[in-house]
Structures are given as structure tokens and as C-alpha cells.
Ligand binder design. Structure first.
Ligand code: 5AD
Ligand code: SF4
Length: 483
């Protein structure tokens, strides 16, 4: 493929159509796609297959359910096998290793495409929001057929139609948008639980983080749309919802209704059929006392809070632009624990931020002990082009970072094991999520506090709530018995 064949439309930022018009336009493209898919099936004597691979966070997982919804409405058979006629990589770019994984796997897709020249390969998600990534794909991965970004995922039917009727590389990536297009078809991974987007983007600009650049400014969804979606989900058998946003505590800013996150949560709790509500992610700077009181009071809001701390050193928190100190974070943890002694607390931590020293890591380690997390996700800092931290000089060698990381990880594991041990012998309600991966006579359930428990039971219980006694502490999960 020559460069002039590439239809490169960099950084358009909006569409001339309203959200309603867009929904109708895309619906038309789904119809057109289904004609194409039928023709392909007639030609090859089999139903074309599509495989969506998700990298990264819950937000991407939810986006993938939308992509799958569109593909299955268009008549594709969904599969997890990348030998499929169409493969979509929904990418992440929060750390560089996520990008490297995609580049590595693209090589394998190319080999498969050589054996099946009609194969189509699409890339979407956060990684392709970066100009350099698109340049690199154009240069070195010209077998990719379609690239679209985070802001125009709703255009997937139109873009896929264009791609199927052209042999050019189609690129449609927008720098920003103020639009939220509703009513996309969705193919849920689980029939009994679902993510629900409540807001998109982030305005926090932590200095290490690329999310505000690739996901854009904060936009909250209309509460009526959210509640409507949750009512439909409940009517369709969903009993657990996870409200999704990069920073859920600032939900409602910019909306006319004067709605806040706690108000939205109380409305969600009123929806018949919803038994469990989770949310992700909270920011320590914005989490309100109103939310704490509501969580303590509600038996539907799960007893788990993911509260990223990132560092235990005030100097590093300041350089990260987190907007809180170690003391104010611990004060918040104290208020949470006082209101909800049983609350399971988890966090994210970065090691190796520019300017960080082994002493700073010691402060993080002491905070982990003090906060007694049930679990923590630990990451080695990865410079992201365009973020302020990427310009800051590094302070530790790779060996020092690795040593600090290992020490922190050991503390996290010890603290979590101790914390999780307190559940031993208890009887808890679990939502049965699926068969156990290793032992077919067992199922895996999730407790309100997010802990997994494996126990002997039949697959017919998937989607229902059962009482389980927690017998054997395996560190981050339990083996139990159904009561
Ligand atoms: N390097 C390492 N970890 C990062 N995170 C975000 N950006 C970076 C980065 N540049 C981590 C933060 C965040 C989680 C989702 O990913 O801990 O909370
Ligand atoms: Fe990134 Fe900070 Fe926004 Fe979280 S709050 S998405 S870490 S900028």
C-alpha cells in the first residue's frame, strides 16, 4: 500500500449531526453491514467471524461490549479466536508496555492475514489517540485496515462499512468531542452484571497520566439516560451494576440538573431488581462526606472502595499534581473506616516517578501498612509523551526502582493477606459469576467486598446469589462451601 492510498483524517473534532441523528445514521449502517455480511456468508459458505480483544481498563471493557453489540447485530459470529475474519484491538496506552503488547500481537495478525487475505484488522481505543502511534502504524503496520479513536466509537458501523467496501487504510481519529451518542447496541459479557458509563474523560491532569489527553475533557451523561439504561438492564436480568468514570466523584459538573454523584447513586439504588452497585474510580480529592454517609447507609452499595493513592510521599504527590497530602488521604481513610469498619479498601501505586528516591518509596510502604489495603495494584512509572512528568529528569536507576517495587509488592501482599484473613470462617453472600477455570465441579463467586470465593456448586447457579462459608484463605481469594 502506498502512502497516497491512505485515507488519513487526523483530528476532526465533531460531526454535523445531533446525537439522535447519529444514532439513526449508524443504525442505517448496521443494516448495510448486515447485507454485506450476508453476502460474505453466501460467498464463503460460512458465517463470518469477528474477534474483539480488549486491553486495559473497565472503560475499555465496556466499549468492547458496544463493539460486540454492533458486530453481532451486523450478523458476525463473535469468537475469541484471532483467526477470525475481522479482528478489533481495543487498545490501552496508560503505560508503554500496553502499546508494546499491541505491536507484538499485530505481527501475528499480519501472518494470519497472509493466509486469509480477506481478513480485516481494526485498531481503536486510547493508544491510537496518539499521533505518533498512527504514524508508526502507517509506516510499519500498513496491513491494518481501520483505525478509529475513543471519541467516535459510535461511528464503528459507518467506519467498518467503509473499510469493508474499500482496500485503503481508513483512519478516523478525533482530538476531542463534546458529544455523547446514546443507544448503541451492546453485547454484554455477563447477563447478570454490567458496567454503565456515567461520565467520560478526565480533567485532573495528574502529571504522569495520559488519560486526559486520550479520553478528553470530563463529560457527564444525562442522569435520565443513565437511569433509563439501568432500568432496561434490570429488566433484562442484570442485578449488579458498576458505574464507570475516570473520576466518578466529579459526576454532574457541567450538567444543568444540579446532580451530584451521591444523588445519582441514591437514584440508582431505587431501581427495582438492582441488588449491588459498584463504582470506579474515586479520586481522594473529590470524595465527599455525603458519599461516605450514603455508602454506610445503603445495603445496595457494595462494601468496597478503590481509592488510588499513587504515593505516600507528600513531595511526590505534589509533583504528581494529585491535589492531596498523605495526611489528608489518611484522614479520609480514617473517616471511611469509622463510618464503615467492614469496608474493603484497594488502591493504585506508582513506583519510580521522576524525582522519587528510595526514602519516598519507604514512605509509600509505611502508608500501605497504615491504610491496611485489601489489595493494591502496583505499577512502575512509564513516561508518556506529552505529559509533564515525561519532561522531568529520572532520579533512580532501574535497579533501585525494581528493588523499591519488590519491597512495596511484598508489603502489599503481606498486608492484604492479613487483612483478608479476617473473613475466615464467615458466612457471606456471593454472586456466582461463572464456572471455576481449573475445576469444573466448582464455581467462582464475588462477595460485596469484591473478594472472590471458589466453591463446589453447579453452573446452573451462575447469576444467582448464594450464601457461602469462607474456609481457606489463599491470599487474595478464598475456598469456601455453599450453605
Ligand atoms: N505510569 C505508570 N502507571 C500509571 N498509571 C497511570 N499513568 C501511569 C504511568 N504513566 C497508573 C495509576 C492509575 C492506574 C490506572 O494506572 O496508578 O491509577
Ligand atoms: Fe489519570 Fe489522574 Fe485522571 Fe486518574 S485522575 S485518569 S490518574 S489524570
Amino acid at each position: 500500500m502506498k502512502w497516497k492510498d491512505v485515507d488519513y483524517t487526523p483530528y476532526t473534532s465533531t460531526t454535523p449531526y445531533s446525537s439522535e441523528e447519529e444514532s439513526i445514521r449508524q443504525e442505517d449502517f448496521i443494516q448495510k453491514l448486515s447485507c454485506l455480511v450476508r453476502e460474505m456468508a453466501e460467498r464463503s459458505g460460512r458465517v463470518p467471524t469477528a474477534c474483539v480483544v480488549t486491553f486495559g481498563c473497565q472503560m475499555n471493557a465496556r466499549d468492547s461490549e458496544k463493539l460486540c453489540g454492533i458486530l453481532s447485530r451486523a450478523g458476525y459470529m463473535l469468537t475469541e479466536d484471532e483467526e477470525a475474519d475481522l479482528v478489533v484491538y481495543n487498545t490501552c496506552t496508560v503505560r508503554d508496555n500496553a502499546n508494546q503488547r499491541v505491536y507484538g500481537r499485530l505481527g501475528h495478525l499480519n501472518a494470519m492475514k497472509k493466509l486469509l487475505p480477506t481478513k480485516k484488522i481494526a485498531l481503536c481505543g486510547c493508544m491510537v489517540q496518539e499521533v505518533e502511534v498512527i504514524e508508526k502504524i502507517r509506516r510499519s503496520y500498513s496491513f491494518v485496515d481501520l483505525i478509529f479513536g475513543t471519541h467516535n466509537i459510535y461511528k464503528f458501523p459507518e467506519l467498518l462499512y467503509m473499510s469493508l467496501t474499500s482496500d485503503k487504510m481508513i483512519v478516523d481519529v478525533w482530538k476531542a468531542t463534546d458529544q455523547i451518542v446514546e443507544n448503541l447496541p451492546v453485547e454484554r459479557k455477563y447477563r447478570f452484571k454490567s458496567g454503565v458509563n456515567i461520565m467520560f474523560g478526565c480533567d485532573k491532569f495528574c502529571t504522569y497520566c495520559i488519560v486526559p489527553y486520550v479520553r478528553g475533557r470530563e463529560r457527564s451523561r444525562d442522569p435520565k439516560e443513565i437511569l433509563n439504561e439501568i432500568e432496561h438492564l434490570a429488566a433484562d436480568g442484570v442485578s449488579e451494576v458498576m458505574l464507570l468514570g475516570q473520576n466518578v466523584d466529579s459526576y454532574g459538573k457541567g450538567l444543568e440538573q444540579g446532580i451530584t454523584f451521591p444523588k445519582l447513586l441514591s437514584e440508582v439504588a431505587k431501581v427495582d431488581g438492582i441488588r449491588r452497585i459498584r463504582f470506579m474510580t474515586s479520586h481522594p480529592r473529590d470524595l465527599s462526606d455525603e458519599l461516605i454517609a450514603l455508602m454506610a447507609d445503603s445495603d445496595k452499595i457494595c462494601s468496597h472502595l478503590h481509592l488510588p493513592v499513587q504515593s505516600g510521599s507528600n513531595r511526590i504527590l505534589k509533583a504528581m499534581n494529585r491535589g492531596y497530602t498523605r495526611e489528608s488521604y489518611m484522614d479520609l481513610v480514617g473517616r471511611l473506616r469509622k463510618a464503615m469498619p467492614e469496608l474493603a479498601l484497594t488502591t493504585d501505586i506508582i513506583v519510580g516517578f521522576p524525582g522519587e528516591t528510595p526514602e519516598d518509596i519507604e514512605e509509600t510502604i509505611s502508608l500501605v501498612k497504615e491504610a491496611e489495603y485489601d489489595n493494591a495494584f502496583t505499577f512502575i512509572y512509564s513516561p508518556r509523551t506529552g505529559t509533564p512528568a515525561a519532561e522531568m529528569p529520572r532520579s533512580m536507576s532501574d535497579e533501585e526502582i525494581k528493588a523499591g517495587f519488590d519491597k512495596l509488592l511484598k508489603t502489599v501482599q503481606d498486608t492484604a493477606r492479613k487483612r483478608v484473613a479476617r473473613y475466615a470462617g464467615r458466612c457471606e453472600e456471593a454472586l456466582v459469576e461463572g464456572p471455576n477455570d481449573h475445576d469444573k465441579t466448582m464455581v467462582t463467586g464475588r462477595l460485596s467486598n469484591n473478594l472472590l470465593v471458589h466453591f463446589k456448586a453447579g453452573a446452573s447457579l451462575i447469576g444467582s446469589y448464594v450464601n457461602v462459608r469462607l474456609l481457606e484463605n489463599k491470599g487474595f481469594y478464598y475456598i469456601g462451601e455453599m450453605l
